[in-house]
Design a protein around this ligand. Structure first.
Ligand SMILES: C[S@@+](CC[C@H](N)C(=O)[O-])C[C@H]1O[C@@H](n2cnc3c(N)ncnc32)[C@H](O)[C@@H]1O
Length: 258
């Protein structure tokens, strides 16, 4: 069993891993899906929820968005701020839990995005309520997550089968229906294996909590890696068959959901 570490313990490693462009998985697989759903951002007010080292906030600020970043880890936010000091792009950062962001004013943002972080939150009621509060009516929430149907940490694995000279890949998944706390393993060169805490919930759980917060799902994408990703990642061909990530867009309803 690997050690479970907090994001604050991993701040330096995570900052170096994502750098200024995102690592291979983000750059060539996840981010293109999230950015295509987010669309044109020039002139928009955006929140990067659980922003990590802010590399994506920086990419979007360079495209002309006004971005604010929020993350609950003070050491990670300090590293994001250090990047901002080195190359100012006008990004403001706050240390706050996603479930309570008092620094942000009601109805002040065009879009909130969250990249690969909602699975780390034990409860989505507060975070989704905050997303709905800070969005303008009709504003959009775009998030990438581990695909709840195909990537259940601790209860999912690849099956590679070779029959009559043909290799097929599929996914075995269990423990889907009931939410549970689990651990996401990280394999890092020159480091003992470790995990971060994460929370599986079925797809219907996400949609139900979004609706309760007054957010209606309007788009979904299941990112497929680029040629570069497929060539570089041992999981690339598998992900081409069965997606491990999901990007959704939800819009703030003009009137509360009944
Ligand atoms: C996998 S990292 C993703 C960071 C960044 N979005 C990216 O794509 O590189 C997860 C981040 O979520 C943050 N986080 C976890 N739980 C949080 C919460 N309840 N509120 C705010 N941030 C949280 C962690 O501190 C960490 O920076």
């Amino acid at each position: 069993m690997s050690e479970t570490l907090e994001w604050s313990d991993l701040a330096g490693w995570y900052d170096a891993k994502q750098g200024d462009d995102g690592d291979l998985w983000h750059r060539e697989l996840i981010d293109p899906g999230l950015l295509s759903v987010l669309g044109e951002v020039r002139g928009l007010d955006l929140l990067d929820l659980a922003c990590g080292n802010g590399y994506l906030a920086r990419r979007l600020a360079r495209r002309g968005a006004r971005v604010v970043g929020v993350d609950s880890s003070a050491p990670i936010v300090a590293l994001a701020e250090a990047r901002e000091r080195r190359e100012p792009l006008g990004i403001r950062y706050h240390v706050s839990d996603a479930g309570s962001i008092p620094q942000l004013v009601d109805g002040s943002l065009d879009a909130v995005y969250s990249n690969m972080a909602l699975m780390d939150m034990p409860d989505l009621v507060g975070p989704f309520r905050e997303v709905a509060r800070v969005l303008r009516p009709g504003g959009r929430f775009v998030a990438s997550i581990c695909h709840p149907c195909f990537d259940v940490p601790g209860a999912g694995s690849w099956l590679w089968e070779r029959k009559e000279f043909v290799t097929t890949v599929s996914r075995r998944v269990g423990k889907y229906r009931v939410p549970f706390e689990t651990a996401t393993p990280w394999i890092v060169p020159d480091h003992a294996p470790f995990s971060t805490r994460s929370y599986h919930r079925p797809l219907s759980g996400y949609v139900r909590e979004l609706a309760r917060a007054g957010l209606a799902v309007t788009a979904m994408e299941e990112p497929d890696g680029s040629e570069t990703f497929r060539a570089a990642s041992p999981q690339g061909e598998g992900i081409h068959e069965v997606p491990l990530h999901l990007v959704f867009e939800a819009r703030k309803l003009l009137a509360p959901h009944p």
